[in-house]
Design a binder for this molecule. Structure first.
Ligand SMILES: Cc1cc2nc3c(=O)[nH]c(=O)nc-3n(C[C@H](O)[C@H](O)[C@H](O)COP(=O)(O)OP(=O)(O)OC[C@H]3O[C@@H](n4cnc5c(N)ncnc54)[C@H](O)[C@@H]3O)c2cc1C
Length: 417
């Protein structure tokens, strides 16, 4: 348990149990004494109180969004609306994970002199939240990264900007939004717009590091960028991971991994190695009233929905919902950059990312195994790919890339006849 090392019955300062701690960093950022440190367990970071520095003010306990659930603000979604949205700017849309809605919101914020917070890789491929103040910087924030992003120090930054009256757009997972709002004392800042991604869970930086190290060793390269869902071959969950890597002579190469050859995405899509709190997430689907002003997700359910069949889905579409008027108004102000179609809320809410991920029964055993084995060995033993999953890789290897694409098209035509 990550609970306080200062846990005699009469202490005020207590942290939430490790199995429900989301690692939002609110407790660390509120502590003026620097008495909270984060330690790693099973690849994830958890807070601990240093008894020698703690003055028992109880702020860390008060700020924890798990220990202090709010009353749901907007529980009745009966009349709620949602939208299918895509960005009119094709480049931004193609460089985003779904319809590029985030990019339009971020552009509008910067146009107004605001600052945008989101998750970006640093030089060592560690995922951290950063603040971006110009449109060029937004490229680093685009795209879903399937690793938990570190928000240490960020809520404090956000608060400082808010106090000066600057417009702030903060994008993150629902638990990060909950941490931020709690850190801000649940005060409604008119100049803060929060954007949540519907998230089925986050794997740890540690397990991603191991995956990268194995690739780097095998290919003798240094990975410098990673896009989990490149749209080069269309828009499908986890279809195509693309990495940029530097060779020994500093030449940058692009490496592509289809889902059928991608152990990391195979584990992620089968819900392995997520943070423990993701298996029982209290911040999904408007349960605890910590909702973001705007929620973004992938509009998978619209593949077959009328009247959208004619739209080019291969470029990605976002399903977007609102929890506040502020969120709705802000999105409407981005209307010039976006194509928007009103859709039934039930369609948005049918997204499986709305529910907590189901923990695979052998998840913990697989994690222990991964510590001393490669990703590939762990996959073979615990979550092997089926023949159907592997088929695209086999056809590509046997027939060459172009023939395999042609065969896929023919099969698709036959199936849809
Ligand atoms: C870990 C994770 C799991 C997801 N699971 C689902 C799901 O199950 N179902 C579903 O419909 N959609 C899911 N999404 C959301 C979806 O993939 C799209 O990101 C979302 O629809 C926004 O797309 P976009 O094209 O508007 O913007 P994009 O350009 O794709 O921008 C995405 C925004 O998300 C932020 N972001 C990226 N990675 C992280 C991260 N690890 N932590 C916090 N913020 C991050 C970026 O900073 C950026 O602001 C998930 C996203 C993440 C990050």
């Amino acid at each position: 348990m990550s609970n306080s090392s200062k846990d005699s019955i009469d202490t005020v300062s207590k942290l939430c149990p490790q199995n429900v701690c989301t690692g939002c960093f609110a407790c660390k950022q509120v502590c003026a004494k620097g008495a909270i440190h984060f330690k790693e367990d099973k690849g994830f970071l958890y807070p601990e109180i240093d008894a020698s520095l703690c003055v028992d003010c109880g702020l860390c306990t008060k700020v924890c969004p798990v220990l202090n659930p709010r009353i749901a603000a907007n529980d009745n979604q009966e009349n709620a609306v949602s939208y299918a949205i895509w960005n009119n700017n094709l480049k931004d849309r193609m460089n985003s994970s779904s319809g590029g809605t985030f990019s339009a919101l971020a552009d509008k914020t910067i146009e107004r002199g605001g600052i945008v917070y989101g998750a970006a890789w640093d030089d060592s491929m560690q995922l951290r939240h950063i603040g971006v103040e110009d449109t060029e910087g937004l490229e680093a924030l685009r795209r879903s990264k399937y690793v938990q992003s570190n928000t240490d120090g960020i809520f404090k930054d956000v608060k400082q900007h808010l106090k000066t009256g600057r417009l702030v757009l903060f994008c993150g997972t629902p638990c990060q939004i909950a941490g931020l709002l709690s850190f801000l004392g649940n005060k409604d800042y008119p100049n803060l717009v929060t954007v949540g991604v519907v998230c089925h869970g986050v794997p740890s930086q540690r397990s991603f590091d191991q995956y990268l190290q194995e690739i780097e060793k095998e290919e003798n390269v240094k990975v410098i960028d990673c896009s989990f869902r490149s749209k080069k071959r269309g828009w499908k969950p986890g279809l195509n991971l693309v990495m940029s890597a530097k060779k020994a002579d500093n030449k940058v190469i692009v490496m592509e991994k289809l889902l059928s050859d991608n152990v990391y995405m195979n584990a992620f899509l089968k819900l392995y190695f997520l943070r423990e709190s993701c298996y029982n997430c209290p911040f999904k689907g408007n349960v605890k009233g910590y909702d973001a002003d705007i929620m973004l997700s992938d509009a998978w359910s619209l593949w077959s929905a009328s009247p959208l069949v004619k739209v080019d889905f291969s470029k990605g579409i976002s399903a977007v919902a609102f929890n506040t008027e502020k969120g709705h108004n802000f999105l409407m102000q981005c209307g010039d950059s976006l194509c928007m179609l009103e859709r039934p809320y039930a369609e948005y809410a049918s997204n499986s990312g709305f529910k907590s991920a189901r923990k695979p029964l052998n998840n913990d055993a697989a994690y222990e195994y991964l510590k001393n084995h490669t990703w590939m060995e762990t996959q073979s033993k615990y979550f092997p790919m089926t023949f159907k999953q592997r088929l695209p890789l086999y056809t590509r290897l046997i027939m060459g890339e172009n023939n395999s694409i042609r065969i896929k098209r023919i099969i698709r035509k036959i199936l849809h006849r």
